[in-house]
Ligand binder design. Structure first.
Ligand code: XMP
Length: 512
């Protein structure tokens, strides 16, 4: 049995971040609704309980609360932001709208290091995001740290194992937040840190097996890291009951279709149907230059084809998807907590509703880098693990203007030169994406003594941490020179290469 840290969810958008930090520290954790039956929770013998933040005011009518006995059960409790205000409310303190609402970075001065801040500097950066503040506390509480606005930025109860912080240790903007959480887990809760990603694989495999039973699951495999990890987890859980469908829409990168078939069918022996739909997609895209229209047509045709294929399969009840936590927009609790409103972004939009399948989303609570760790534990090859993000409509949105077989072929060749040069220069891990886009212009050049009038390629290399914002990569000039030279020399039909120096915003990463 794994040691358990229970996170009680009061509706913070950072809940999953808390969970992720705890997992990073090798401790198993689960998120529970704030109103989970306390006796049932304590029966699981958690080593510690973390009360999350949340958007409510503890003094507002109907605010989510916990019973006082939670704090008296002998289990260490860490209250974060709203979680600390709750404890103050229940154990004797006052919470008010803060005279100075605290949002953003603040300097925290540690006044008493006492376990929670042990080994940390006396002054550290923290991130705040609260309008309410604990303004006074009974003598039972010992202040541990202060900010400019409050002497009660962190506290400890003198006789109960309660610690509270008004800031958010779980976010990246609290650079030493990991150490604070580590102190809570190891020095206060006495965790041993026995949980590993391999355990996640075991637990998920078992729960998938439980949920699916002897029924069938269909999975749209794109060869990207998310759908690949989902397929491998399910294959491990239910073997031949898993049916994967890979649709070759003709707008994948060079060698990609072959690689998917080789990896999953030949190497892992997964049931995989590869559908060659290249001609159907190209026909559907004929004459279309509008970016949105391209996306819509590709999305619809994908669903049509997937539906046709899924109909041939017998006994399917589930559709597996590689939805990640960042895809679950407007987070909050999946069980409909205090402010729950959850919107799912479906990578294969519209499929579940249309086909009447139940969804299986084993990565729903994971972040991209955690998925890669799971993939590593499953033995997924590096080429897939570190594959760049690739849009669903594929090369169609990188082939500006009309998408034809000839133009796609130029783009594919140029793109594979960008990829191989970036990778052989050892730059790939530092970049979010690196690719080529074929522009809808021709320009004049000279080759030998001949005038040329040919296509133009844009090289796009960006750094980013999540794809939401991005900057163009400052590539070494000699690498850029080699890429441009090779493209113009080796790809017949392209006589000019340009480097895209737009950041996002105002640009986007993709050109369409
Ligand atoms: P933009 O171009 O909006 O892209 O800056 C942000 C990130 O999303 C990827 N992208 C997509 N991913 N389906 C996807 O699964 C899509 O339709 C899609 N369009 C863009 C893009 O490659 C970048 O990583």
């Amino acid at each position: 049995m794994n040691e358990l840290i229970a996170i009680l969810d009061f509706g913070s958008q950072y809940n999953q971040l808390i969970a992720r930090r705890v997992r990073e520290l090798n401790v198993y954790c689960e998120i529970f609704p704030f109103n989970t039956d306390l006796d049932a929770l304590l029966a699981r013998k958690p080593r510690g309980i973390i009360l999350s933040g949340g958007p409510s005011s503890v003094y507002a009518p109907g605010a989510p609360k916990v019973e006082a006995k939670l704090f008296k059960a002998g289990v260490p409790v860490l209250g974060i932001c709203y979680g600390m205000q709750l404890a103050a409310d229940v154990l004797g303190g006052q919470v008010k709208a803060a005279p100075a609402r605290e949002y953003g970075a603040a300097k925290l001065r540690v006044t008493c290091a006492e376990k929670l801040f042990e080994g940390l500097p006396a002054e550290l950066e923290v991130w705040n995001s609260h309008g309410d503040s604990v303004t006074s506390l009974s003598e039972e509480f010992l202040p541990l740290a202060a900010t400019e606005n409050t002497s009660l930025a962190a506290v400890r109860h003198r006789s109960l194992p309660f610690y509270g912080v008004q800031f958010h240790p779980e976010v990246a903007h609290t650079p030493l937040g990991g150490e604070i959480l580590s102190n809570f887990l190891y020095k206060i809760c006495g965790c041993e840190g026995t949980w590993r990603v391999a355990d996640y694989v075991e637990e998920t495999t078992a729960s998938l097996r439980d949920r699916v039973g002897d029924r069938g699951v269909v999975c749209a495999l794109s060869g990207g890291v998310d759908s690949s990890v989902v397929a491998l987890l399910l294959h491990r859980a239910i073997g031949p009951q898993l049916h994967c469908i890979f649709v070759d829409n003709g707008v994948v990168r060079k060698g990609e279709a072959e690689q998917v078939v080789q990896t999953f069918r030949d190497h892992y022996h997964i049931n995989l149907k590869a559908v060659d739909a290249r001609k159907r997609f190209l026909d559907r895209l004929k004459g279309i230059t509008d970016p949105e229209e391209k996306r819509i047509r590709i999305g619809h045709l994908f669903i049509e084809i997937f539906e046709e294929e899924a109909k041939h399969l017998k006994g399917i009840e589930f559709l597996a998807q590689g939805t990640l936590y960042p895809d679950v927009i407007e987070s909050v609790s999946a069980w409909g907590g205090p402010t729950a409103k959850i919107k799912s972004h479906h990578n294969v939009g519209g499929l579940p509703e249309k086909l009447g399948f139940k969804l299986v989303e084993p990565l729903r609570f994971m972040f991209k880098d955690e998925v890669r760790r799971v993939g590593t534990a499953l033995g997924l090859p590096d080429a897939i693990l570190w594959r760049q993000p690739f849009p669903g409509p594929g090369l169609a949105v990188r082939c500006l203007g009309e998408v034809t077989e000839e133009r796609l072929s130029l783009l594919r060749d140029a793109d594979s030169i960008v990829t191989s040069e970036i990778e052989s220069a050892g730059l790939s891990r530092g970049l979010w994406q690196y690719f080529a886009a074929l522009l809808p212009v021709r320009s004049v050049g000279v080759m030998g003594d001949e005038r040329t009038y040919q296509e133009c390629i844009a090289i796009r290399c960006v750094t980013s941490s999540d794809g939401m914002t991005a900057d163009w990569a400052r590539l070494p000039y000699d690498v850029l020179a080699r890429i441009a030279n090779r493209i113009v020399n080796e790809v017949k039909g392209i006589n000019r290469a340009v480097y895209d120096v737009s950041s996002k915003p105002p640009g986007t990463i993709e050109w369409e």
